[in-house]
Every structure is written in structure tokens, then in C-alpha cells.
Design a protein around this ligand. Structure first.
Ligand code: 1GP
Length: 247
């Protein structure tokens, strides 16, 4: 199945939740168990990525374990052209739009393009914009984060992404951010740009997730919250997913 169509079709029915799994945060077997649980809770896709991944083998093993336990599509969420896995269904082919380092804007993509061509993995073109505080991705990605009150700049980036032909747009506050992207910024971006809008970074509870969905987020991404709520993950995640589906 074409992954973009899968996402767009689902979005016609409801707002979606994607689960972010970092191969460096648990064993492959545990990632498999996690994948099974998030699928049961109603998540629609699994994104796999992280900035401290040690090897491609680690990513391969994690994805194979996820695939053994879940039917959800697996989409790479890469921090570079290293450590990609042919076992994924797709890859967010994403430009880190507000990086000062051209490697993250386009050069890593040139390297990764051969991998996409040779494996046949589906590229999902995405503009990726970091909003304050930005956390690790802001630092490692050498980003000038968009200020939380600078809505015009966020809208400008989103428009530019659309005019460049990108099919998704991601507003990111950074993994573990104390505050997620502000609702006003999400609304303004969504009002101006009709691309499927992902929002992530610091979303930890149903009320916040619902607020982001109401503001205009189409897809809510959570990572840290999955790691921190292992005990009752299925019920915990269900409350988030039900809160956004009902918007
Ligand atoms: C990171 O936006 C995602 O790219 C997820 O952030 O870990 O804070 O959920 P959290």
C-alpha cells in the first residue's frame, strides 16, 4: 500500500497518533512489545529514529522485532543518511528547514537518495521545523529555533515547504520539551498551509494532545511518554488517542 495514501485516507476519518520508537532506548525485543501495545491502543504508524543510534544493525533488529509483533507501517525518522534500514516501509525524507548546516537541509539527503532508490523504500517528503526550545535536535541539528511567539516565521517556513513540493509538515518542539509547540502557531500554520501537519515534542497527556489536535494538528507524535509510561502504556495511550480522535 502506498504510505501517503494510507495516511491521507485515515486522516479523512480522524486525527492520528504516531508512536516514535528510538532503537537506542530499549532492546529490539522490548521495541517489539512496545509496538504491539501501541497498535492495540490505536496508534496508526511507528516512526523509528533517534540521535544516538549506534549502528544500522541496531535499527534493522529493532524494525524486524516491531514487524514481528505489529502490522503497523514503520516509517524511518532519520537524523542523517547513516543507519537507515531496508526493513522499514517508508522514510520521512525530511529537510531540517531551519538548520544553519546545509548537511541537514539537503546534503544528507543526497547521500540517502541512493538508499531510497536501491531499496524501493517509500519516501515521504516532509518539511521539518524546530520551534523553541528545540532540545537535542535543535542542538545537534545546529538549528536557529523559531521563537514561540514568532508565528509569521513558522507560517513562512510552512508556505515555503509547500511551494517546494513537500507533502507533510512537522512542527517540532524537541523530544522531551518542557512545553510543546503553542496552539496559536499550530492554528496559523494549518490555516495557511493545507499539508498534513505533524506536531510533536513534549506532548505527555490527553488534554494537551487534544488541544494540539483542536488547534489544527493532524498527527500527534509521542516518544518520551511511551518510555515513561511502560506500566500502563495501553490505557495511557488510549486516553491520548481517544482525545484526539474525537476532535
Ligand atoms: C520527537 O516530537 C517527537 O521528535 C517526540 O517528542 O519525545 O517529547 O514525545 P517527545
Amino acid at each position: 500500500m502506498n504510505l501517503t495514501d494510507y495516511i491521507l485516507q485515515k486522516l479523512e476519518e480522524k486525527k492520528l497518533h504516531f508512536s516514535l520508537i528510538d532503537p537506542d532506548k530499549q532492546s529490539a525485543d522490548d521495541a517489539g512489545v512496545l509496538a504491539k501495545t501501541v497498535e492495540e491502543a490505536g496508534s496508526s504508524a511507528i516512526m523509528v529514529g533517534g540521535s544516538t543510534i549506534a549502528s544500522s544493525k541496531q535499527v534493522d533488529e529493532t524494525i524486524l522485532a516491531i514487524k514481528a509483533q505489529s502490522t503497523l507501517p514503520v516509517i524511518l525518522f532519520p537524523s542523517s543518511a547513516e543507519h537507515l534500514s531496508k526493513y522499514a516501509d517508508g522514510i520521512f525524507f525530511m529537510s531540517l528547514l531551519n538548520s544553519r548546516d546545509v548537511d541537514y537541509v539537503i546534503r544528507e539527503h543526497v547521500k540517502g537518495a541512493f538508499f531510497v532508490r536501491d531499496t524501493g523504500i517509500q519516501p515521504l517528503p516532509m518539511g521539518y521545523l524546530i520551534v523553541e526550545p528545540g532540545m537535542t535536535v535543535g542542538r545537534v541539528g545546529k538549528v536557529d529555533p523559531v521563537k514561540r511567539n514568532d508565528i509569521k516565521t513558522a507560517v513562512g517556513f510552512a508556505l515555503a515547504a509547500k511551494y517546494l513540493g513537500m507533502k507533510f509538515f512537522y512542527l517540532e518542539a524537541g523530544s522531551g520539551a518542557p512545553k510543546p509547540v503553542p496552539n496559536e502557531m499550530i492554528s496559523a500554520v494549518k490555516e495557511n498551509v493545507d499539508l498534513p501537519l505533524l506536531v510533536g515534542g513534549g506532548i505527555r497527556d490527553a488534554k494537551t494532545a487534544r488541544g494540539k489536535a483542536k488547534a489544527g494538528a493532524d498527527i500527534i507524535v509521542t516518544g518520551t511518554a511511551l518510555e515513561k509510561n511502560k506500566e500502563n502504556l495501553k490505557d495511557y495511550l488510549k486516553t491520548i488517542i481517544e482525545a484526539i480522535e474525537g476532535v
